[in-house]
Design a protein around this ligand. Structure first.
Ligand SMILES: Cc1ncc(COP(=O)(O)O)c(C=O)c1O
Length: 275
């Protein structure tokens, strides 16, 4: 078969090795006599797939022990709403393109965010210079920015400094380069560009943010990070096959050399799900 070139931002090219392994296992997963598509998400077999996906990604990111990974649904667009619902309604936003504008618009549905920097007047031709001090209001619950502006093609080549939790939409450059997660409170990305198929949303964040919900009571259970962190991404039926495919992409990245740039304390073993 001749494979087509695909330069779409997403859903985009997946490593052939990952696709071929998924295809080989589609009907009979590793000799278990059933497909991941048919497997209970509460079974030991799927728990092993989920744990492998999580641990491999944690390894690629050199994830410190006080950070966790969630596999969610709803795309980055759902994160536009979940971030202000969970972290607070008065977030500071840097808008450098269409997606950061959408994030800001959604935050306005939830509360009263502040747009602290925009290049809209110049049709989003640049991002703030590293030397530029961003005027984050005192007491802002977070600073949100988009690391790569998929449509306009502008990308941050540095991590902004913030005295409040830094939140990044990394949808279009997640895993495309080494990421030191330590300056970030929370990172989110739809998997479909670099990390797997559409239908999986990856959230990486500090446990102190993910595990204790401090938002308003009206936020539905399913839209609270705490719900998913406490259930180890198994609160409800997750996109099982998508997570499996992500794990194959993570394996492939690791096989290319992976990234181990930051010496961090070893992570504890994943806890076994009890539900
Ligand atoms: C930077 C960025 N953020 C958010 C989105 C929206 O992602 P989703 O379709 O997963 O909601 C995209 C999609 O292209 C994107 O490129």
């Amino acid at each position: 078969m001749s494979r087509k070139h695909n330069f779409n931002a997403g859903p985009s090219t997946l490593p052939l090795a990952a696709l071929e392994k998924a295809a080989a296992n589609l009907v009979d997963h590793e000799g278990l006599g059933l497909s991941v598509l048919e497997m209970s998400h509460r079974s030991k077999d799927f728990e092993a797939i989920l744990a492998h996906a999580k641990e491999t990604l944690a390894g690629l990111l050199s994830l410190p022990a006080d950070y966790d990974v969630l596999f969610l649904q709803g795309g980055a667009s759902q994160q536009f709403a979940m971030v202000p619902m969970n972290l607070g309604s008065g977030g500071a936003y840097v808008t450098t393109g269409a997606w950061s504008q959408k994030a800001l618009a959604e935050a306005k549905v939830v509360g009263e965010p502040v747009e602290i920097w925009t290049d809209k007047a110049d049709n989003f031709r640049k991002v703030p210079a590293e030397s530029e001090a961003l005027a984050v209001p005192a007491g802002a619950p977070f600073l949100h920015y988009t690391t790569n502006n998929t449509i306009f093609g502008t990308q941050f080549h540095y991590v902004p400094k913030a005295s409040v939790p830094l939140v990044a939409d990394m949808s279009s450059d997640f895993l495309s380069r080494p990421i030191d997660v330590r300056p970030f409170g929370l990172i989110y990305a739809g998997a479909q560009k670099n990390a797997g198929p559409s239908g999986v949303t990856i959230v990486v964040g500090r446990k102190s943010i993910l595990e204790s919900f401090a938002g308003p009571k009206w936020v539905p259970t399913i839209l609270r990070y705490e719900t998913h962190a406490k259930a180890d991404s198994l609160y409800n039926t997750p996109p099982t096959f998508g997570i499996y495919l992500c794990s194959l992409v993570f394996d492939w990245i690791r096989a290319q050399g992976g990234w181990r740039r930051w010496p961090v304390a070893p992570r504890p073993r994943p806890r076994a799900s009890t539900t």
